[in-house]
Ligand binder design. Structure first.
Ligand code: NAI
Ligand code: SF4
Length: 515
């Protein structure tokens, strides 16, 4: 009997190792033969550790399983379909999973993340095989047609980025994967790296073939030790079977890659400081142009893409651009792994085609607030994303629709707050975050964020000049928006302004519309 116990960081935090150990011990004591597979997480985080039993009728889920539940599960005869309070039924039938459209995450939680056999048996390597039979230009055309846009947050068309790198003449080019997932409330990159590392390696290999790069770097934040360990092991296995190295799958083409660990700076998720960091320098933002696509790592043309962008490439190549393009709305093609966090009953990962609404995610999937109190605000797109009030929860999740309401989808993370939230405090947090994480290169961000915190403190303290301080804060936000060198200083005003515009009462003012 095969039993799946996730070894993803979220499950480990909920004692999955102890659960796996106790299952093994309990089966031994009962003379039962079980094989435990440590899979990735299905992304239903409130149910972790989510243990699954493989049966002829499919996998049956139990969760959240704690070490003290194990004996009772065996007593209930869970291996042969016995009833138990933690039994959730067939995994694929759990509504949270059933209603998703998992393309990039198709294998996550399903396979053994390090098994190459499992990977191939579940559709892995099809994209690479097709790419190896194509001309580089054809691969890029396929990607352009698919409509895939950068999933790190900026939504720049991936195919166009690759085209720029392919067109640059150079003796060496690089593929860099940005796995410095620093946004609050985001964990899609981590779930993918821990649950299906080969899809990312496959995507990077295809990128190498498409643009003529022979080497890649995976820049992973130090806060993700399990992801680093999984990737290192997957790379070694891929190398041992001749997928990576001098002769990719016997094609005579070269591609290899390595993992580099970050040291905990948010700004190293900005592409140019990430490149500085790989080069062994302090993570400070470089002015653009030149774009990394023209002069990137070690001054060479470099594709730098987020984990999800690269991990989506294999399915596009395997199933064709049209298949992927048909998901989504407007110019937002395909799917996005949304990450539900904060005060929600059912936090986790939901991969869906663009076009659904925040309300669908908050209530349809998230189950409303965990506290039972009414939800009041949702921050979408990380710590630099806007706070959305309920009046905006029916806007379709589509890059352009969000820009129209001065918000951004970013990397797809959302953090929900109930009616006890103090939005003036949240605005202060955004400015403080910017002040702490600023790389210091440009004045609007370095000085502006500190002055922003001071101004917000004055507003919170009340006093007769409160209105004037609000005016000053808006002015400062304008300067930061227009004058910052990168997105950190350039976007920190979004949470501040959205809080001011939608929740003025929290600042002690009646209404605060922009002048
Ligand atoms: P950007 O708009 O400057 O650039 C987007 C990408 O397109 C970059 O890789 C850039 O090099 C590339 N690009 C632009 N024009 C190009 C051309 N003609 N040819 C080839 N490549 C071209 O955005 P930026 O500053 O790189 O990223 C900001 C975004 O990062 C924000 O929208 C935010 O959502 C996101 N972000 C994500 C975080 C995460 O944890 N995933 C953390 C913080 C921010
Ligand atoms: Fe550095 Fe901030 Fe300027 Fe970005 S906006 S370059 S983080 S100082």
């Amino acid at each position: 009997i095969v039993i799946y116990v996730p070894r993803d960081a979220a499950a480990l935090a909920m004692d999955a190792d102890e659960v796996a150990r106790d299952i093994e011990r309990a089966a031994d004591e009962r003379g039962l033969s079980v094989q435990i597979v440590r899979n990735g997480s299905r992304g239903l985080l409130w149910l972790e550790p989510l243990v699954e039993i493989a049966t002829p009728q499919g996998r049956i889920a139990y969760g959240p399983v704690q070490p003290e539940d194990v004996a009772g599960l065996f007593e209930a005869g869970w291996l042969t379909g016995g009833e138990h309070a933690l039994r959730l039924g067939p995994t694929e039938e759990i509504p949270y999973l059933k209603h998703q459209e998992r393309l990039t995450f198709a294998r996550v939680g399903v396979t053994d993340p390090l098994s190459l056999q499992d990977y191939a048996a579940h559709g892995g390597l099809q994209g690479l095989k097709r790419a190896l039979a194509m001309e580089p230009g054809q691969i890029i055309d396929e990607l352009v047609t698919s409509g895939l846009r950068g999933r790190g947050g900026a939504a720049f068309p991936t195919g166009i980025k690759w085209k720029t790198v392919a067109a640059a003449a150079a003796s060496q080019k690089y593929i860099v994967c940005n796995a410095d997932e620093g946004d609050s409330g985001t964990f899609a990159d981590r779930l993918l790296m821990e649950g299906d590392p080969y899809v990312l390696i496959e995507g990077m290999t295809i990128a190498g073939l498409a643009v003529g790069a022979t080497y890649g770097y995976l820049y992973v934040r130090s806060e993700y030790p399990q992801a680093i360990e999984t990737l290192e092991a997957a790379i070694a296995r891929a190398r041992s079977v001749g997928w990576l190295g001098e002769d990719v799958h016997g094609s005579g083409r070269r591609f290899d890659l390595e993992v580099r660990m970050g040291a905990g700076a948010y700004i190293c998720g900005e592409e140019t400081s990430l490149l500085e960091s790989i080069e062994g320098k302090r993570g400070v933002v470089r002015a653009k142009p030149p774009l990394p696509a023209v002069s990137g790592l070690f001054g060479k043309p470099t594709v730098i893409n987020n984990v999800i962008s690269l991990a989506t490439v294999p399915i596009i190549l395997a199933k064709g651009a049209a298949y992927y393009r048909d998901y989504g709305v407007g110019r937002s093609h395909g799917t996005l792994p949304f990450q539900l966090a904060g005060n929600l009953k059912h936090g986790g990962l939901v991969e869906k085609a663009f076009g659904l609404t925040l309300r669908d995610l908050l209530y349809g999937f998230g189950g409303g607030s965990a506290s039972g109190r009414p939800l009041r605000a949702v921050q979408v797109g990380g710590p630099l994303g806007a706070y959305l009030p309920e009046s905006q929860w029916d806007v379709p999740l589509d890059y352009e629709a969000y820009i129209r309401i001065s918000a951004m989808i970013g990397h797809g993370g959302l953090v929900a707050f109930d009616d006890t939230v103090d939005m003036a405090r949240m605005a202060r947090y955004a400015m403080e975050f910017c002040a702490i994480e600023s790389c210091g290169k440009c004045t609007p961000c370095r000085i502006g964020s500190t002055r922003g915190v001071e101004t917000l403190d004055k507003i919170a303290a009340g006093g007769p000049d409160r209105e004037q301080q609000v005016h000053l804060l808006r002015d400062l936000c304008d300067t930061m928006l227009a004058g910052s060198l990168c997105a950190l200083g350039g976007m920190a005003p979004y949470p501040v302004l959205s809080a001011l515009n939608h929740f003025p009462q929290d600042f002690g003012i009646e209404s605060s519309q922009p002048a």
